[in-house]
Write a protein that binds this ligand. Sequence first.
Ligand SMILES: N[C@@H](CCC(=O)N[C@@H](CS)C(=O)NCC(=O)O)C(=O)O
Length: 211
Amino acid sequence: MLTLYGHPISSFTWKVLMALYENDTPFDFVTVDQNTYTDFIAKWPMGKFPILLDRDRQTMITETSVIIEYLDAYNPGATRFIPQDTDTALEVRRWDRVFDHINTTMSKVVVDNIRPDGQRDPFGVEEAKRVVHAAYSVVETQLGARAFAVGDSFTMADCAAAPALWYATRNVPLDNKYPRIAAYLERLNARPSFARAVTESEPLFHMYPGA
Ligand SMILES: N[C@@H](CCC(=O)N[C@@H](CS)C(=O)NCC(=O)O)C(=O)O
């Protein structure tokens, strides 16, 4: 049995939820909060979530990209996240990294909004926005006429893209400069696996100023 430790409004948790929902993979969900934090941090002192526990195989997997590769290897379903072709697989991993980079960089902008006066970092925020715009521009070029981030099929890169772009575009707006990203995000928003992760978390949006 699989158990995912995460938080319903965490963008990296959405990335893995999307992969689980794509294939209707059964799992239990543990919300990382004040009640479960001690247990979570004992399991993974790095404190980064989500993490996945596979009790049948008595193993713990951390890092969202590794979790999704793990699901693809040990719990495969109709949606495959890593293509068989080596070169296409490398492209998927490369764009997965780009979208995770957007995700992490965007969170600097969000976190700054909730810092107390006097502890904000305007230079760091401007630099983060510059990096996100640079990433938008390479993603815009990459998308071209594609429906998905890499090749013709949905992959792990799209699992990374959906939450990263959903949150990033609310905090670093596209400003009508990236029409392919806007259209791609609409397609991702309409994907049932992602729509489900977002809808389920809506009651908690008030907890996160960037949502
Ligand atoms: N590289 C990690 C990033 C995970 C991550 O940053 N998760 C955020 C939640 S969206 C987190 O754990 N934040 C709490 C913290 O950094 O202490 C992964 O892909 O799993």
